[in-house]
Design a protein around this ligand. Structure first.
Ligand code: PEP
Ligand code: MG
Length: 579
């Protein structure tokens, strides 16, 4: 018999990371959504609070005992330490004794801490503030799983689907990722960094479901079908069967793609396409089952910075970069200098609140103004490569002067390293991201200044279309296969090719088969993507005749289509290309 109290609903959202999942919901309610609740049973609430803390302690210890990235370990250890802080525990019990629930007490205690130290300009205290907020969220989420009337805690199931308004990329790593089978967000977009991290870990993600935290309760059974952009709450057996069937089809496709693990990345007419990987977080885990790759086309150095509790020292950075180089096993690693700002914030670096942070004081603008940040990082990179080739790339270059100033800083650090008698890199390659449209039309005049170019289509799209990449309402309106956009990409490729400057694409579109093929059709022969997309892209490109496809795309670009997606889809389907 079905329980009549079960609320069955289907929600339509936007699929941000493909895949399927079936698991219980774990709702991460934002702090501001907790409304004060009173109680006449403070003892029960005290017990619920203690139970939540002890369960959280067990969970954290369990995660710490599994194979996780060092950065994640440090975060969890701090949370564990604070959880046992007597002052904090005492404060919460005192608030509960005034007649409120455990949730309200945790919330109020956090607000008091925020009020007390939030205004202080002390980096150390600000770090602690974020740690406390983090801890409060975790305790609140554990309390979610406690029976309201008692202290019976449901253990965190082995499989959960996280449901939240939005999530930062580092927040995601608070969890044992092996248990996270899917993510549902009220916000989210294709190129937001939490999406990029979820994609790298192969966690299906559905975004754009308004008020999702109000509709779903922790413990609800959810089915996530990111192929069709759907979320089912307490699904019927029919829905479960249908999704199982889709999942099976997907599994078969993956099996076929796995056959290409060792095959070369050649098109049917023999053109080699260089396939790189994008890294930055827990690279050893990501590369554990990765297929062959030609290079690390983008190493986002800001990601380990985001997980650190304080600004990493030069020696700490050296260690991080050495690890990546070891994972790359002699293949080139393109280190992109700090690209902080927008949705990538460092809790320990003071930031002015800006109206438009994506277009604000960020990335290379910031590292040029705070030159010691850049110098320390470059010094660490020189030391880390230790006589091997060094590849450095500067992000968010809006005008060539910013590139030259950054490059000069690198040259200065190379000179200093020489003076100190350090081993210098055997080769130095200095390149730029091309992700701000202002760089495009002058490119011909100064292309000779770059050793290589990497096109960041995530930001290029955002700025060309004036559409915030983290705002689904804006970004989802425009297609990356828009003809104007493709023509801009074609122009960049032609300028680079004529000048013999290597040029690749490292934005998310390079990891989506149809888009990747379009880029190949535009003449790109080097793509860098998250390791999980590599086999799918390789399988697709092995099915096309490049010259024939290129001619077809060229003809299409002369027509009046707004986007060429439908035409490319039909062409590829007709040619039996898997995607
Ligand atoms: C891009 O903008 O396309 C890019 C690769 O960089 P990020 O996503 O880190 O901004
Ligand atoms: Mg970018």
């Amino acid at each position: 018999m079905e329980k009549t109290t079960l609320l069955r609903q289907r929600f339509d959202g936007v699929s941000l990371v493909d895949g399927f999942a079936k698991a219980q919901a774990l709702v991460l309610r934002p702090l501001e959504q907790y409304v004060p609740e009173h109680t006449n049973h403070p003892e029960t609430e005290q017990e619920r609070f203690r139970e939540a803390c002890s369960s959280l302690q067990d969970e954290l210890n369990q995660i710490l005992n599994t194979k996780i990235a060092d950065e994640q370990k440090a975060l969890l250890q701090t949370t564990l330490m604070l959880l046992m802080d007597r002052g904090w525990n005492r404060q919460i019990v005192q608030i509960i004794n005034q007649g409120v629930t455990a949730e309200t007490a945790v919330h109020q205690a956090t607000e008091q801490i925020v009020d007390r130290i939030g205004q202080i300009e002390d980096v150390y205290l600000r770090e602690r503030l974020n740690d406390f907020k983090d801890l409060a969220m975790r305790v609140l989420h554990t309390l979610e799983r406690l029976n309201k009337s008692g202290t019976k805690l449901q253990k965190l199931p082995n499989k959960v689907i996280l449901v939240a308004k939005s999530l930062g990329p580092a927040e995601l790593l608070d969890y044992d990722l092996s248990k996270i089978k899917g993510i549902v967000l009220a916000e989210g977009s294709q190129t937001m960094h939490v999406t990029i991290v979820a994609r790298a870990y192969g966690i299906p993600l559905l975004g754009g479901i308004d008020d999702v935290c109000q509709h779903i309760k922790s413990g609800d059974l959810l089915i996530l079908d990111c192929q069709n952009g759907r979320l089912y709450q307490n699904p019927s057996d029919d829905v479960i069967d249908e999704v199982n069937h889709l999942q099976e089809r997907d599994r078969k496709r993956t099996q076929l793609e796995n056959k290409n693990k060792e095959t070369p990345s050649l098109t049917l007419d023999g053109e080699k396409i260089e396939l790189g990987v994008n890294l930055g977080l827990a690279d050893d885990l990501l590369l554990a089952n990765a297929p062959n790759f030609d290079k690390v086309g983008l190493y986002r150095t800001e990601l380990p910075f985001m997980l650190a509790k304080a600004l990493p020292t030069c020696a700490e950075q050296v260690k991080t970069y050495q690890k990546v180089l070891a994972h790359a096993k002699g293949k080139p690693v393109i280190f992109r200098t700090l690209d902080i700002g927008s949705d990538k914030v460092l809790p320990y670096v003071h930031h002015q609140v800006e109206e438009n942070p994506a277009m604000g004081w960020r990335s290379t603008r910031m590292t040029l103004d705070r030159r010691s940040l850049l110098r320390t990082q470059l010094r660490a990179l020189i030391r880390a490569v230790d006589g091997r080739p060094l590849w450095v790339m500067f992000p968010m270059i809006a005008e060539v002067g910013e590139f030259l100033a950054s490059k000069k800083t690198l040259e200065l650090e190379l000179k200093n390293a020489e003076k100190r008698g350090e081993t210098l890199p055997s080769e130095v390659h200095v390149g730029s991201m091309l992700e701000i449209p202002s760089l495009i039309f002058g490119l011909k005049s100064f292309i000779h200044l770059f050793d290589f170019i990497s096109v960041g289509t995530n930001d290029l799209m955002q700025f060309m279309f004036a559409a915030d990449r983290s705002n689904l309402n804006a970004s989802a309106r425009y297609d990356t296969l828009n003809v104007s956009f493709l023509k801009a990409l074609n122009y960049i490729q032609q300028v680079c090719r004529t000048a013999h400057v290597p040029c690749s694409v490292c934005g998310e579109m390079a990891g989506r088969p149809i888009e990747a093929l379009a880029l190949i059709g535009l003449g790109y022969t080097s793509l860098s993507m998250n390791p999980r997309s590599l086999l799918r892209v390789k399988t697709a490109l092995r099915g096309i005749d490049k010259v024939e496809f290129q001619n077809y795309l060229e003809r299409l670009l002369k027509t009046e289509h707004l986007s060429v997606r439908t035409q490319l889809q039909s062409y590829l389907r007709d040619h039996g290309v898997l995607f």
